[in-house]
Design a protein around this ligand. Structure first.
Ligand SMILES: Nc1ncnc2c1ncn2[C@@H]1O[C@H](COP(=O)(O)OP(=O)(O)O)[C@@H](O)[C@H]1O
Ligand SMILES: [Mg+2]
Length: 339
């Protein structure tokens, strides 16, 4: 059984201008100790999906449909979406079972408390450690994520650390309660390239050492290639292709995936020669029922792709794609289709 099984997740924002279908029917499976990647351009629903799993989506946003069955450390199963918003169980899951790492650590840390105090609070919330033992534990964690002078850093404020160090501190916070799943939402995007590589290495090392599952969210296809075993390509709130990383790179099927592949820089290639995807991601407000990529797709079939929504279908074993070039199956309608 998987560590986490998300089925048919729909997270909508109900605005005066209309309904934003930010996540619109996503299935996501996270195996034990597996590394998976979620890739897609800005605005395709990656963050809303991870916030949904953590039950952190706020009004006017709402998870309107779906299940997220988590297998906890003790082996018991729970549907995260079935829990009450303030349930103690939900607080135990956040941090204790699934921890999240954000793009910008300044938003995760409060500026007015020391790093050590903030990580220590998490430790006290989820373990029986108290007093000096908490401090020792936190210093050990800071040391583990490669922060030098951890005892001194423990007593510093977030602004006293460099961007890379703050990101390491956030990883320490995520590890503080020994979660089984790390949800990393563009954790290196704000960092420069060498620091990015160091943080990626660190995350992979910790993931292996602690036997965690890693869900790595990024808009950068190059990072996916060397980081994860299996990939979900997202576009406009839906998964448009999913398979193993090896197979995705060897045989990308969806026209959107092909374009993402061509945006990866190759050695010696000038950056301004990189292919840019034509058009911009539409805002998914009151979207017509069609393939979301139709308006930007070079292979779009008029009267088909702009008139109906393709279903995610299995092209080869374990390789799914949502595109009329491969199957004429359409996405079945449900009670949320016409709102
Ligand atoms: N609080 C919000 N209110 C309204 N719309 C939102 C809100 N948060 C996200 N969205 C919309 O949901 C969609 C998905 O956003 P997001 O998950 O942040 O994308 P990504 O992380 O892939 O860049 C976007 O169209 C965005 O405008
Ligand atoms: Mg995001």
């Amino acid at each position: 059984m998987n560590r986490l099984d998300v089925k048919d997740l729909k997270t909508y924002f109900f605005l005066d201008e209309g309904v934003v279908k930010a996540v619109d029917g996503v299935d996501l499976a996270v195996g034990d100790q597996e590394t998976i990647g979620i890739i897609g351009e800005s605005g395709c629903g990656k963050s809303v999906m991870s916030m949904s799993i953590m039950r952190l989506v706020q009004q006017p946003g709402e998870v309107v449909k779906g299940t997220a069955v988590l297998r906890r450390k003790d082996g018991s199963q729970v549907d995260i979406f079935a829990l009450e918003p303030n349930a103690a169980e939900l607080r135990a899951i956040r941090g204790g079972e699934i921890a999240m790492i954000f793009q910008e650590p300044m938003t995760a840390f409060s500026p007015v408390y020391t790093i050590g105090r903030q990580i220590g609070e998490m430790v006290e919330l989820h373990t029986d450690l108290r007093g000096k033992k908490v401090r020792e534990h936190v210093i050990g964690l800071l040391n583990r994520v490669g922060i030098s002078n951890p005892a001194q850093r423990h007593d510093e404020y977030p602004h006293q650390l460099s961007g890379g160090m703050r990101q390491r501190a956030m990883i320490a916070m995520a590890l503080s309660c020994s979660p089984k799943i790390i949800l990393a939402d563009e954790p290196t995007t704000a960092l420069d390239v060498t620091i990015q590589a160091q943080i990626l290495d660190l995350m992979r090392e910790l993931q292996r050492a602690d036997g965690m599952s890693l869900v790595y969210i990024t808009h950068n296809m190059a990072v996916i290639a060397e980081t994860v075993e299996r990939v979900y390509v997202m576009y406009l709130g839906q998964v448009v292709e999913t398979t193993t990383t090896a197979r995705l790179f060897a045989n990308p099927l969806h026209p959107y995936t092909l374009r993402l592949m061509r945006s990866i820089p190759k050695p010696g290639q000038k950056v301004d020669k990189l292919e840019v995807i034509k058009g911009t991601v539409p805002t998914p407000i009151d979207m017509p029922r069609q393939c979301g990529f139709a308006s930007r797709c070079p292979s779009a079939i008029a009267g088909l792709c702009d008139k109906s929504m393709p279903a995610l279908t299995e092209k080869e074993e374990g390789h799914f794609v949502r595109c009329f070039l491969y199957s004429d199956k359409t996405e079945p309608e449900d009670e949320w289709t016409n709102i």
